[in-house]
Design a protein around this ligand. Structure first.
Ligand SMILES: CC(=O)N[C@H]1[C@@H](OP(=O)(O)OP(=O)(O)OC[C@H]2O[C@@H](n3ccc(=O)[nH]c3=O)[C@H](O)[C@@H]2O)O[C@H](CO)[C@@H](O)[C@@H]1O[C@H](C)C(=O)N[C@@H](C)C(=O)N[C@H](CCC(=O)O)C(=O)O
Ligand SMILES: Nc1ncnc2c1ncn2[C@@H]1O[C@H](COP(=O)(O)OP(=O)(O)OP(=O)(O)O)[C@@H](O)[C@H]1O
Length: 509
């Protein structure tokens, strides 16, 4: 609940208020919303985005009491209005107040990075489940989990939810007895102020590489990196990857944000380069998983007491890197080494490096890799495994979105695959064959065979059918998505994993 007086005071103290409405300051708001479909009596409504006049008409008909809107918002009603200079920041600070600052009761880990956010979030979630006896909440691209009951588990629509939803779910988590929370924080979340005013006990910065530049995302790479680095300014302690691109820019910003003993650098073990406080090194790896050694490289790292050998039941050297970051962060919020070992040993991440073996058609991965950095990391990892004969990839790129990724996907294929099956991936209003042309334009190596089949199910069938027993087939970019976005409609699709299982069963039984 919030009163009109509290709203005015909070907005004023945050320097967000332009004008307050002249209503009784004891007026109580028992509901807050940013959507006309979710309005009832005593609702405070936030106006954001392209808020059409008919949305406001609908909200008024449902009895909205007052609104918070940009001072430039023009509307033909006499609704009491808090006029503000930043409506998204206002929504965040008022939402946290409405839900009584639930973040103060949660040890919060925020994770950002171009690649690995979801994977790392699930690792941290699994470790903290062990460490706290299931008292950990999760906000990820896939799911938001605020407690043990089915109604506490929701499919996510954004990597980082709107501030109002985030604080509502945090409150639900606290009321359900949760003590910890792990959340993915996208650069968009900072840009759209979904996490305005929120601080993290530990912020993990996994990596940054060219991505997310384009319409409705970031105008330039500089804008992207600057928004991602905002995590540093909002974290009590920072865990940062020394192997990331743009490390010198990252460390400069991170070191200015926290004292040295709140900054934890991690990276692949390298005799020549001793920048990392905590290093990791592969002990044994195969296509299924790996064992890796974590070393504390200096006195500061020695305080963590996380040195030793760990096992992961998911493959990919990049996952050893993600796991090392997560081991440090979860340790900092109270997990002990046993919990870290146990959590990492069992973690599985839906649609990320999910593996299936077949008798005659090799090893099949369903993986969410969908840009140069992730497809390249994945193909290079598989390449390193000497038993692999042909490396086949089924992949496409979305229409009307992330257009700049297409050449990168082609380049990664050019550098790492033997056979590419170009197909559809959420084509929307574009022709998937034309998108495939853009990917194919970068595949110049005569060692790579390119095949084209725009029906994704058929492309997967063909790739698996053509694979030999020592081949690897990578089904990239859609994870466990159960739809294809076509002309604005989520068209049902079995999902890559189900298709692969069915095809293997048909071929081998
Ligand atoms: C740029 C951005 O942040 N857009 C988000 C934003 O849109 P918006 O505020 O413009 O909302 P809108 O859809 O135009 O609608 C305007 C307002 O009318 C309201 N409305 C709408 C319909 C209605 O009947 N009644 C009504 O009141 C809506 O609730 C909204 O408040 O708020 C919407 C929900 O409140 C989000 O769905 C939408 O995300 C868009 C679709 C999106 O997908 N954004 C991507 C770029 C994104 O944020 N991605 C990152 C991940 C990036 C990464 O992988 O790293 C993420 O964090 O997910
Ligand atoms: N540290 C990493 N470096 C490079 N590639 C990675 C790393 N971690 C995971 N990947 C690859 O990227 C893919 C996507 O991983 P994940 O979903 O964890 O990342 P994300 O940051 O949440 O992605 P997105 O922002 O696209 O949702 C994985 O399926 C894997 O192939």
């Amino acid at each position: 609940m919030l009163t009109a007086e509290q709203i005015t005071n909070i907005l004023e103290s945050e320097y967000l208020l332009e004008t307050a409405p002249s209503i009784d300051e004891k007026t109580e708001f028992t509901h807050i919303s940013y959507n006309s479909n979710d309005v009832r009596a005593n609702t405070l409504l936030f106006i954001k985005g392209y808020f059409k006049p008919e949305y406001l008409d609908e909200a008024i008909a449902k009895g909205v009491t007052a609104i918070v809107a940009l001072d430039s918002f023009v509307h033909a009603t006499s609704l009491p209005t808090w006029s503000v200079n930043d409506n998204l920041a206002a929504m965040s600070v008022l939402s946290m107040a409405f839900y009584d600052y639930p973040q103060n009761k949660l040890a919060l880990i925020g994770i950002t990075g171009t690649k690995g956010k979801t994977s790392s979030a699930y690792m941290a979630y699994e470790i903290l489940k062990v460490a706290t006896g299931n008292k950990v909440a999760l906000s990820s691209t896939l799911m938001s989990i605020t407690g043990p009951k089915p109604e506490n588990q929701r499919r996510a629509h954004l990597t980082t939810p709107e501030s109002l939803d985030l604080f509502m779910w945090m409150r639900e988590a606290v009321d359900n007895g949760m003590t910890h929370m792990v959340m993915e924080v996208s650069s968009q979340a900072f840009k759209m102020e979904r996490v305005y005013g929120l601080r993290y006990n530990v912020g993990i910065f996994l990596n940054i590489s060219p991505d997310h530049v384009g319409e409705n995302e970031h105008p330039t790479f500089q804008d992207y990196i600057e928004h991602k680095m905002m995590l540093f300014d909002h974290s009590e302690q920072i865990v940062l990857n020394t192997d990331s691109q743009h490390f010198s820019e990252l460390i400069e910003h991170a070191a200015a944000a926290v004292p040295r003993d709140g900054l934890w650098l991690y990276g692949q073990y390298d005799e020549e380069d001793n920048r990392a406080d905590v290093s990791f090194e592969t002990v044994a790896a195969n296509l299924q998983g790996s064992k890796f050694m974590v070393r504390e490289e200096n006195q500061q790292a020695g305080r963590l007491r996380i040195g030793g050998q760990y096992a992961l039941d998911i493959p990919g050297d990049f996952n050893e890197s993600n796991a090392t970051a997560v081991a440090i962060a979860t340790r900092l919020v109270g997990a002990d080494t046993e919990a870290i070992k146990e959590g990492l040993a069992v973690v599985q991440i839906p649609g990320r490096m999910q593996m299936m073996t077949s008798k005659m058609h090799g090893t099949i991965y369903v993986d969410y890799a969908h840009n140069y950095a992730s497809i390249s990391a994945l193909l290079q990892f598989v390449r390193k495994n000497e038993t692999v004969d042909q490396l086949r990839i089924v992949v496409g790129a979305p229409g009307n979105k992330g257009v700049s990724r297409r050449p990168g996907i082609g380049q990664a294929i050019n550098e790492g695959a033997d056979v590419a099956y170009l197909t559809a991936d959420d084509p929307q209003y574009e022709d998937p064959a034309a998108i495939a042309d853009e990917i194919q334009a970068q595949i110049t190596a005569d060692t790579v065979v390119v095949k084209r089949e725009m029906d994704r199910t058929k492309a997967i069938e063909q790739a698996i059918r053509e694979a030999g027993p020592n081949d690897v087939v990578v089904l990239a970019a859609k994870g466990l998505d159960e739809y294809q976005k076509i002309k604005g409609v989520d068209t049902p699709y079995e999902n890559d994993w189900v298709v692969a299982q069915r095809v293997v069963a048909e071929l081998e039984n």
